[in-house]
Design a protein around this ligand. Structure first.
Ligand code: CUO
Length: 690
């Protein structure tokens, strides 16, 4: 990166707990601060401190004095060693003010100064969150890559003994220039006595959790309007989390477990316990656990207070609104919950975003406060001085089995609304004159058997050096190896006949499980709720026969491994302008290595469903903003600064009831749809990443 201001911004993602005057980029770069930037602890030693850290560096980046020093009193309530939660009202309010402050910096240089000045004066997790939101939304920071959260705060993602190994390894071989490798153990949170442990590979996957963090970073609930108010954000809250649920439930079938039971009753004991064993970076304590059969309680703490009865009241009001078919704003004006805008209104109201909720006084803050109650179940009145558990933090919530029960409940509310809408009719589902005649998915290009896909374990590594504060700044990075599910890349091939003039269609690919965990066939209504979106793209159809080919790695829901875990440091940055552009803001998206569910050893059966819909009913006229070069995961993440690029409601056609008795009948009734049996075979072996 040529511009040193942009470089400085990138460096502020590294070593989040170290003072801003220490070196970054493996000891190669240092920021030169005005004396007034040093915190009281170092104020009397500014010369000595800056000399110490500016020896042997290749680059010194001067930081401008601030025109006005900001008053940071608003953030004082959150100490530097406290946990920061996006689900906590007070924390969100602090974050909102900080984002507003960052967004308001008049130019790039002053933004660098503001960030450098505030970093050591604020809670480090709060800082990194608000800072990343500002980088993602300021027009002048478009080129700054947002470092993946698993690399900024690795302790939130991996088993803590790894860090001791990493420091030890780096101290012994780090200076030799060799790469330091450490192993993250598998299956460390529970034994196989706990059935839920069968899903640990999914819940504790680094890519899954960093995707979730990144999604909430792109779609904050509070902050300046231009940051919060995004096209169809409430609907995307529903849809992205709904897809996570569908994937999780299917993954459970693969492991002989039944679907999650939605957490609809907050007054009975929760059988699922969870002992996360990961460390919080800010205070070096492990995240608190929740024992099995814990009863949830009203939360009455200085940092959070919420009664279960209040959450129940909000739930009942939301359900009543759905039953009545309209919502009311504070002045009593009614807005109908129709088939176009209804789901978006509900998403923002249930999550809830205080900026976008139609009436947060009345409909409350249902989903967020559910997270709060669950996350404090172990210490609801702070008598043990414990902080929240993993459910309190978007970087860690998806590790806990109860996440899927709570979101399962939220999803049932959204579905109550969806089933009230009329089933899709023939005009909405069909595409006259277009027929899909043949569908297959096949691994590679050789003679593999069509429609048999393979999953296996893969060992990969990610660089965690950026987040290892006070660690060795030796030349070389620290690679942590971990084992994750992987799928063999495959190609879809469709034959499509177009009996009209040249036209455009949207190709929608889903897989639906055919049977449940007991091998019982699923009804269309169940398949609809469990349909996993695999891909969505436009196709140009010439008159006559067309063959459409698409690689699984091009999926519109997923991003490749390399984009989730790109290495840190100048040496790894692309030099060419177009590649550099692709490098920025690209971390949101389902991990490609979990694109397919695990399947099972015998081969689990799915319907591979393909539909080509009429693009003239799907297309969206975009505002004239620069192209986003990393738009590949738009189904889950939308497009930066643009409208959601598909006019149909998200999940179409499976988001609403369908007019047919089963999928075979539906595909028979509509020529623009086709399906085939697909088998996913799991191969229980570990392969090193090539
Ligand atoms: Cu993503 Cu509950 O919204 O965690």
């Amino acid at each position: 990166m040529t511009n040193t201001d942009l470089k400085a911004l990138e460096l502020l993602f590294q070593r989040p707990l170290e003072p801003v005057f220490t070196t970054r980029d493996q000891g190669k770069v240092v920021l030169e601060l005005p004396d007034s930037f040093y915190t009281d602890r170092y104020r009397n030693d500014t010369v000595a401190v800056s000399n110490r850290f500016s020896q042997d560096v290749d680059l010194k980046i001067p930081v401008q004095e601030l025109a006005n020093k900001p008053n940071l009193d608003f953030a004082k309530k959150l100490g530097r060693k406290n946990q920061f939660s996006l689900f906590n009202d007070r924390h969100r309010e602090i974050a909102s003010q900080l984002i507003t402050l960052f967004m308001g910096a008049p130019n790039l240089k002053q933004f660098v100064s503001l960030a450098a000045y505030t970093k050591d004066r604020l809670n480090p997790v709060l800082f990194q969150y608000a800072y990343a939101v500002a980088i993602a939304h300021r027009p002048d920071t478009r080129e700054v890559p947002i470092t993946n959260i698993s690399q900024v705060f690795p302790s939130n993602f991996v088993e803590p003994s790894v860090f001791r190994d990493a420091r030890q390894e780096a101290a012994t071989i780090g200076d030799s220039g060799e790469r330091v490798h450490v192993d993250i153990p598998r299956n460390y949170t529970a034994s196989d006595r706990e059935f839920e442990q069968r899903l640990a590979y999914f819940r504790e996957d680094i890519g899954v959790n960093s995707h979730h963090w990144h999604w909430h970073l792109v779609y904050p609930t509070t902050g300046p309007t231009e940051v919060v108010r995004k096209d169809r954000r409430g609907e995307l809250f529903y849809y992205m989390h709904h897809q996570i649920l569908a994937r999780y439930n299917v993954e459970r079938f693969c492991n002989n477990l039944k679907r999650v039971q939605p957490l609809s009753n907050l007054r009975v004991e929760v059988p699922e316990g969870y002992f996360p064993k990961i460390l919080s970076s800010v205070n070096n304590r492990t995240y608190p656990a929740r024992v099995s059969d814990q009863l949830l309680k009203d939360v009455d703490r200085e940092d959070a207070a919420i009664e279960i009865a209040e959450v129940e009241r909000w739930r009942d009001r939301v359900l009543a609104a759905i039953d009545q078919g309209f919502v009311e704003d504070p002045s009593g004006t009614r807005t109908p919950l129709d088939d176009v805008r209804g789901i978006d209104i509900l998403g923002n109201m249930i999550e809830a975003s205080p900026v976008l909720s139609i009436n947060s006084q009345f409909y409350g803050n249902l989903h967020n406060q559910g997270h709060t109650i669950i996350s404090f179940a172990h210490d609801p009145d702070a008598r043990h001085l414990e902080e929240f558990g993993v459910m309190g933090d978007v970087t860690t919530a998806m590790r806990d089995p109860i996440f899927y029960r709570w979101h399962g409940f939220i999803d049932t509310i959204f579905n109550k609304f969806k089933v009230r809408l009329d089933p899709y009719n023939a005009a909405q589902l069909g595409f006259d004159g277009v027929s899909v005649d043949y569908v297959e998915a096949k691994i590679g290009t050789g003679n593999a058997r069509p429609n048999t896909l393979i999953t296996y374990w893969q060992k990969s590594s990610a660089d965690l050096a950026a987040g290892l504060d006070f660690g060795p700044s030796a030349d070389g990075n620290i690679f942590a190896s971990f084992t994750h599910l992987q799928n063999a890349p495959f190609t879809y091939t469709f034959n499509v006949t177009n009996r009209g003039a040249r036209r455009t269609g949207t190709c929608r690919i889903f897989i639906c499980p055919k049977v449940d965990e007991r091998n019982q066939p699923l009804r269309l209504e169940d398949q609809r709720l469990l349909a996993i979106e695999m891909d969505k793209f436009t196709v140009e159809l010439l008159p006559g026969e067309n063959t459409v080919r698409r690689q699984s790695t091009e999926s519109s829901v997923a991003i490749p491994f390399e984009r989730s875990f790109r290495p840190i440091g100048a040496a790894y940055q692309p030099k060419a302008a177009d590649e550099l552009a692709r490098f920025r803001f690209c971390g949101c998206g389902w991990p490609q290595h979990l694109l397919l569910p695990k399947g099972n050893a015998q081969g689990m059966l799915f319907d591979l469903f393909v539909m080509i819909s009429d693009y003239s009913q799907d297309s969206v006229v975009q505002p004239n903003t620069p192209n986003d070069s990393c738009s590949t995961a738009y189904s889950f993440c939308g497009l930066k600064d643009k409208l959601y690029p598909d006019r149909r409601t998200m999940g179409f056609p499976f988001d609403r009831r369908l007019p047919n008795a089963n999928l075979t009948e539906m595909v028979g009734a509509f020529q623009n749809m086709a399906k085939t049996d697909l088998k996913i075979v799991f191969n229980d072996r570990v392969v090193d990443k090539p």
